[in-house]
Design a protein around this ligand. Structure first.
Ligand SMILES: Nc1ncnc2c1ncn2[C@@H]1O[C@H](COP(=O)(O)OP(=O)(O)O)[C@@H](O)[C@H]1O
Ligand SMILES: [Mg+2]
Length: 275
């Protein structure tokens, strides 16, 4: 069991005007923990994750209420200076589309170096640190790759660069929001394996956001299932996958394509049956 909570969310509500994106949820992420938030598109996963580092647009566009604590500290009471340290330095994010997160006109090495300089202004040998980071995420010839531009790399390699950038600031929590959704299945597997490896070697926590039940069990110990802004089920991955309780969870699990079963077609979720 995780020793201390890194993140504690209580009664979190997120509204965009009249749209209630998140309707009062509680969850926590411990130290050395791995949690997946699963739900279909629009269920409120990403906005919940963004709220942890106060990344949502300010009012009046978006109203956040309830409490979000990082190691007991109220994230919504933090000063601007404290927030800058929290973002990236303690909670880092990677997103679905690495190509849109990378700046096309700078080399990948220089973009990681910028993140390192921001969080470690004392660091003397930034280039060496960046090369080590590229090596850690399985990029071959990291010395040469430092000087590559994003378009010279495949989508999988670009996502590795994003992971290197996120890790270069030694975060306590990595939030991975659909990190493999834009990638081919074989590359997906490699990225999940990479995340498992760095999580273990660094003792870092991971919050994985995905609509895909098929990828969670390898990386995550616990799972939270979100449906229309609410948490409908939670538990250990091993137990929820074996014995889902909520009809929505069962419906989501039915959507996992099974590679060896050609007779099985994807079935749409029948919402009338969930109520
Ligand atoms: N910038 C925004 N402006 C207005 N509404 C938004 C915005 N971002 C998210 N929403 C609303 O919040 C809901 C949940 O979004 P999101 O967390 O992105 O879903 P998920 O990640 O589960 O697909 C969306 O259905 C949408 O109505
Ligand atoms: Mg999302």
């Amino acid at each position: 069991m995780a020793a201390e909570n890194l993140i504690e969310v209580k009664g979190l509500k997120i509204n965009f005007g009249k749209t209630e994106a998140v309707k009062g949820v509680d969850f926590c992420v411990g130290e050395d923990d791995s949690v997946a938030i699963v739900g279909e598109s629009g269920s409120g996963k990403s906005v919940s994750a963004m709220s942890l580092a106060r990344l949502l647009p300010p009012p009046p566009i978006c109203q956040v209420s309830g409490s979000v604590k990082y190691k007991g500290e109220d994230v919504y009471g933090m000063s601007a200076a404290r927030l800058r340290k929290l973002r990236g330095g303690e909670i880092a994010y990677i997103f679905q589309e690495p190509s849109t997160s990378l700046n096309p006109v700078f080399t990948v090495g220089s973009q990681i170096a910028e993140a390192v300089r921001l969080h470690f202004p004392e660091e003397k040998n930034v280039r060496k640190r960046v090369v080590k980071a590229l090596e850690e995420v399985g990029i071959r010839n990291p010395e040469q790759r430092y000087d590559s531009y994003p378009h010279e790399l495949s989508g999988g390699m670009q996502q590795r660069v994003m992971i290197a950038m996120a890790l270069s600031c030694a975060p306590k929590l990595l939030v991975a929001d659909e990190p493999t959704t834009a990638l081919d299945v074989t590359i997906q597997k490699q990225i999940i394996e990479l995340l498992c490896r760095v999580r273990e070697s660094r003792g870092m926590s991971i919050l994985l956001i995905t609509h895909n039940f098929g990828i969670i069990s390898q990386l995550c110990r616990r799972v939270i299932v979100m449906f229309r802004g609410e948490i409908v089920e939670r538990g250990l991955c091993s137990e929820v996958l074996k014995n889902p309780q909520h009809p929505y969870t069962k419906a989501l699990m039915d959507c996992i394509p099974r590679l060896n079963d050609k007779s099985r077609k994807l079935r749409p979720i029948d919402y009338d049956k969930l109520k």
